[in-house]
Write a protein that binds this ligand. Structure first.
Ligand SMILES: [Zn+2]
Length: 218
């Protein structure tokens, strides 16, 4: 079995979850995931039966999570993807959340619990996700990135992802994505973009820019 950072702590924090027999490249944890969370003036304590698939490339690859007891409706407004995986947020937002402490406990606390908190409140009270809509699908991802980069246009976002896939020195000489007509290095936006550089390698940003672009415009 490959070593997953934070696995032991995760299993201690969530005693309802246990390791499953699995293929070599993956670690699978299944069981009752119990948590308590607060936000937007609301608190919930809930339990979901989850299957978490962790690729050996974790944390570079974000785990896939499925709910296996039919408690979460498999629909877009609950942010469940067509393949049954839970849509925990845009790729970059999740990677950014994990950049400082890339381990499984952080994944649970920063990516999984915030999503389940929203689901739990929605199941109880109805309405939309209370801490804001998570990105869903390519359009949702683009909107999420527009907010994170503070850009106003999907084309600017894709270009910004391409710049993050380019060496900083070279990217700084290219036109800024915000439309200011300066080079990136001359616009204050470059500080904001560079914060994301430690969230993923350049190759990831290049590939992600292509993926987002082809799904949006292809
Ligand atoms: Zn600019």
């Amino acid at each position: 079995m490959t070593k997953i950072d934070g696995l032991t702590e995760f299993l201690a924090d969530y005693p309802g979850m246990s390791l499953q027999p699995t293929r070599l490249s993956e670690t699978i944890i299944h069981g009752q995931f119990q948590f308590k969370a607060s936000g937007a003036g609301l608190t919930t304590k809930d339990i979901f039966e989850l299957e978490i698939q962790i690729n050996k490339r974790f944390p570079n690859e974000i785990p896939e999570v499925r709910e296996t007891a039919g408690k979460i409706p498999k629909t877009g407004d609950y942010h469940v993807n067509p393949d049954g995986t839970l849509c925990l947020g845009s790729h970059l937002r999740l990677k950014r959340a994990l950049a400082e402490t890339p381990n499984l406990v952080s994944f649970a606390e920063k990516c999984l619990v915030p999503y389940l908190f929203n689901v739990s409140i929605k199941l109880r009270d109805g309405g939309d996700f209370v801490t804001g809509e998570l990105a869903h699908g390519t359009v949702g991802i683009l909107h999420d990135y527009m907010e994170m980069f503070r850009l106003s246009d999907p084309i600017q976002v894709i270009y910004a992802l391409e710049l993050l896939g380019t060496k900083k020195r070279i990217a700084n000489k290219k036109p800024c994505p915000c439309g200011c007509r300066l080079r990136l290095g001359r616009c204050p936006i470059h500080h904001r973009l560079n914060i994301f550089r430690n969230a993923a390698p350049r190759s990831w940003f290049s590939k992600h820019a292509r993926d987002v672009e082809t799904r949006r415009f292809g």
